[in-house]
Design a protein around this ligand. Structure first.
Ligand code: SF4
Length: 373
């Protein structure tokens, strides 16, 4: 990628494509000009539309395995529209980074890269400058239909990531260090070149997110915990048929969850709040209904039918696990000050934040390669 991408003055272009390398400065400008802080992005009522759009972008990436809808209903000619489109991208990226979840990260990146692929391929007016932002060079010839040529070095680096005979160098015309991107498979030359750009967008977003995750503190990530839980819940349901759901490993469990399980195992009676918490928390971290029912099998009043009925009620409903304050009030928080360093943190107000913080630590310890067991 060019070390110094070309300047783009047009703010509509920058707002439509915040995934461009020039996008990070544009995002900073939009934040400064509108006086928006991260705290505002999370909860200021006037930014609700930004969050809604961000959630939508995120949901699309998670739900649409085979491509996202790249059309936008946001009017980019207005300042408000430009701000919404730009900051919704930032909001979605921060939620993804704060999750420290590899599956969510790769889904979101795939979604944004596919969106870029579709939009770039249709954007004849800005295509050259977009190419110059992601490729070391670009040239085109116009003999009726515009045909693009890309430097051989870029092609060689990117083509192994794309399947199909079109993308093998032996099948492409090469001249003086340039590779000709002929129309094929119903796509014109611009759309074919755009497919190549998609790979650069993917690696650029991956590097950007990993850098953010490296720097993200537990306290910062915890601010996004609600949005993270919402999207990882959707993801867990979505991937159920595609791959086994990997719940957080046991060493990440907060003491309140661990103690509810071990008390039931020992035949100790856990109160109603503790039981509802156990089931809803288990659901939130990706356990199956069967796994959750299994936690109750040691209860003194265990009845498989009743347990299964009550657990399914929680799985089908919209239950959010109780926060620390409520668990403490209901005698379901087993720790005292000094027992657990994480539970002592002021920002640790919810057991789900505990799990995220543990996952973040493991992510850092493993050099950014693993988050869930
Ligand atoms: S402080 Fe919160 S997370 Fe920690 S054990 Fe108590 S309820 Fe659970």
């Amino acid at each position: 990628m060019p070390l110094q991408p070309p300047d783009i003055e047009d703010r509509i272009v920058l707002s439509r494509y915040p995934m461009l390398p020039q996008g990070s400065q544009h995002i900073r400008n939009v934040l400064n000009e509108n006086g928006v802080t991260v705290a505002d992005l999370i909860e200021a009522p006037w930014l609700e539309e930004v969050r809604t759009r961000g959630r939508l972008r995120l949901l699309e990436s998670v739900m649409h395995k085979d491509g996202v809808d790249d059309s936008t209903t946001v009017d980019l000619s207005s300042d408000a529209g430009k701000m919404t489109e730009t900051l919704s991208f930032l909001h979605a990226m921060l939620v993804v980074c704060a999750s420290f979840d590899e599956r969510l990260l790769s889904r979101w990146i795939e979604g944004e890269a596919s969106r870029a692929d579709g939009l770039f391929g249709r954007d004849s007016s800005n295509f050259t400058i977009i190419c110059s932002s992601f490729l070391s060079d670009i040239k085109s010839e116009n003999g009726g239909e515009e045909i693009y040529w890309v430097p051989i070095a870029d092609f060689i680096e990117l083509c192994p990531k794309i399947s199909g005979s079109y993308w093998r160098l032996a099948n492409r015309p090469v001249e003086g260090g340039w590779v000709r991107m002929d129309p094929a498979s119903g796509e014109n030359s611009r759309e074919r070149t755009s497919r190549l750009l998609k790979e650069r967008v993917r690696s650029y977003l991956d590097a950007t997110c990993r850098e953010r995750m490296e720097k993200m503190t537990e306290e910062f990530a915890a601010q996004f915990s609600e949005a993270v839980e919402r999207i990882t819940g959707v993801l867990a349901l979505r991937v159920k048929e595609e791959m086994p759901v990997s719940a957080a490993v046991r060493e990440d469990w907060p003491p309140c969850f661990e103690s509810a399980i071990s008390e039931l195992n020992q035949g100790v009676n856990v109160n109603h709040v503790g039981r509802v918490f156990l089931a809803s928390f288990s659901k939130a971290i990706g356990h199956t209904q069967e796994q959750t029912c299994g936690f109750f099998s040691g209860a003194p009043d265990y009845n498989p039918d009743t347990t299964s009925y009550q657990v399914s009620h929680i799985y089908e409903g919209d239950y959010t696990p109780n926060g620390c304050a409520s668990l403490k009030t209901n005698a379901r928080c087993p720790v005292q000050v000094g027992d657990d360093r994480l539970c002592d943190q002021e920002w640790l107000t919810h057991p789900l934040k505990y799990i995220r913080a543990k996952q973040r630590r493991r992510y850092s310890e493993n050099g950014g390669t693993e988050t869930t067991g």
